[in-house]
Each structure stands twice: as C-alpha cells, then as structure tokens.
Design a binder for this molecule. Sequence first.
Ligand code: FHN
Length: 429
Amino acid sequence: MYSFNKEDYMKRMEWYTQARFGMFLHWGLYSIPARGEWMRSFEKLTDEEYGKYFEEFNPVDYDPKKWAKLAKKAGMKYMVLTAKHHDGFCLFDSGYTDFKATNTKCGRDLIKEYVEAVRAEGLKVGLYYSLLDWHHEDYPHFSDGAHPMYQNPAYPDEGRVWERYVEYLHNQVRELCTNYGKIDILWFDYSFGEYSGEKWGATRLVNMVRQLQPGVIIDNRLEVSGSGLGSLASGNPLPYHGDFVSPEQIIPQEGIRDINGNPLIWEACFTMNDSWGYNLKDKYFKPAPMLIRKLVECVSKGGNMLLNVGPDARGNFPEESVSRLKEIGKWMEKNGESIYGCGMSDMPRPDFGRITQKGNKLYYHIFDNTIGPVPLIGIEKKDVKKIRLISAGAEVPIADNWVSKNYPEITFADLGKNPILPDPVDTVL
Ligand code: FHN
C-alpha cells in the first residue's frame, strides 16, 4: 500500500528537478488526417470513418533512435510519448484490445522500440496514457453533453458498463508497467468533473503502479486537468495526488506553492505551434529564442518545461520542430548549467530578464540587452567573487551600482546580442 513519505518523494524527484527540460510527443492515427489529435471528436467521425486511418497506418520512417538523438541534442533529459491518446489507439501491443499498432500494416510494438531507444540515449522514459477513450465500448459518449466527445445517436450510452472500462484501463496500465522495463514517468491525462480520482479507481491504480515501478514519477491528472493544482497544493495530498503539478500552455506567474507557501514541483507543457498532434495547417512555430526564454522562465520559477513535438504519419518530426530543437540545443550546450538543477532565486526579478539559481550561483538571463551596465539589484560589489559570460567563459566587468547580498559568484547566461523578439501578437482592443 503506497503512503506519501516526504523523504522518499524528494529522493524520487531528484533527477526530475535536475533535468528541467523534456520532450512531449503526440503521435498516432490522427497524424494521418493531420488536423490535430482531437479531430475525431471535433469532426464527429464514426468508428468506421476513423477506422480507415487504422487500415492505413504504416509509419515507414519511424525511428525512435533518431527521435531520442534529436531530444538529447536539444538538451532534453526525458521524453514522454503517447502510448494511447483519447482516440483509444494503442501504440503498444496490448492484450486487451485489437485497436493497436501491432494489428496495423505497421505490425510493430512502437512503444517497445521507443523505450529501448530512449534508454540507449541515456534519457529517462516517459509514457503518456489517456484516461479518456473514445473507442472503448464501455467508455461513455456523454450524451448529456458533459464532455466534448460528440454525442452521436449511433453511440447510445445505454449498455455501457463503466466498471468494465475502469478494469480495461487498469489492465493496460499494468501492461505498460510490466512489459517495457523501467518506466520513469507515467503521464495520465486527464480528469474532469466527476471523472476524477476514485472514478478511475485511482488509489488502487497508483498502488499497483508504485508497486510495479517503485521509482516512477506520476503527474497530477488522475485528480485534475491541466489547469488544476489538485491536492498536492492542499497540504493534504490524496493517495493519487501525483508527484508534480502540470500547467498546460501557461507559465504560472510566480511559480506554484501549496497553501502553506511551500514551493511545489511543477512542469509546464507547451506546443511549438498550436497543436499537440501533427497539424498540416498549423504553420506558425514559436521562434527558438522565445522557446529558450520560456524554458528559462519556467526554471526561474522553480519548474520544468515539457516541449511538444507532433511527428507526422510517416514518423518524422516536422522540419520546423527539428530546426528549433537544434537551435535550442546550441544554446543549451553553452548555457545548460544555468538550467540543469537550477531553480527559483530569492532575488527580486529584474526587468531585463530572469534569474535562475543553484546554490550560491546566480545566473542572470539577459533577455533584453540593457543600456549601460547590467543593474544587478541586491548585490554588493564587495560580495561578488566573479562574473562570467558562461557561453564564452569571459570575464564581465563589475559595475558599481549595486546593493548588498552575499552571492559570491554571478555568471551570465546570455541569450546573445539582441535576441530575436517573438513576433508581437496583435492585440485587438
Ligand atoms: O486533451 C488533451 C490534449 O489532446 C493534449 O494531450 C494535452 C497535453 O497535455 N492534454 C489534454 C488537454 O489538456
């Protein structure tokens, strides 16, 4: 029986808060229509209409070794791939359904190849598992409109047995925790309304998971969705509270704390464009300097960043994603020490950028080059041992206008001269 032990928890989370930066991957049948991972629901497709993608699925270019190398080169330390998304299609060889990759032309256990490739690159292995399942005959179609899955008269809710679906869910999670070696992260997605906690049999599920994978890190979405804090923040965590808070497409203003003001471990997940699954129409990808700033911002507030890639139907990353991963990797090669194992600083936030801190080292991230010397507030010249531009190891002259704080070393993680500013977003008043 799992019980929350603060010491065990902090030990389990050590690599994760050191890592700071991971890759999210949304990939499956929806990569063929290339209109995002919710297209079946939004377009109200029947099993038959969506089933044609099952008949076609054959990612001839799938090479998870390539994926893992790209993630590693970008400075990422872990990867989280959708083993099953809401459409119910399983990338793994489940004994509980025929709706799986091994039954398509592809005929491969894509998760088996993925976990082996990720481990071979020395990265941590994460699996995403959808609590929702639009394919399973016992998962309700919410004809009461409680949930975005479309209400389709072809799919009445009568005759569906919820407990049977919950057993299916538990059986598949057991498969993922048993048949694929050490799993480092289990990313459940997501709870809503009454569909939360014990509705999923969450306590029983977490006990099983932690028994099969004692070191695994679990997100908080057995309890909440991407906008909720859950019981981790209540100071009185429920048995299925999860190990980190998972804000989605947003960076919390001041980091995340529990009701007693204690900082919580959190991870913000983002898309590079606006879609999780491959979307041919979604062509605006955030520029690399902007993505780097968002990573810095997450770490400066005590969080991780999980950056998404949506591979196409052949199994390739979009070129726009590859170019950004490479550019981020170049910056991380020289400035990674200001990210890995760093966190919030108790220094006041400067208006020219962000500060990350590790022990008595402060990393000043200059987002907008200042006019004249960098005003390092809260620092007294006599307390500073040295300042270095870490990307070049170059000494930085010490300015005079400082106030006292005892941080002997300050090193700059510079975003380079005049970093490209993200395209301004037109604000329509
Ligand atoms: O509905 C999903 C969505 O498709 C995507 O997987 C995101 C990623 O965190 N999670 C849910 C929306 O919050």
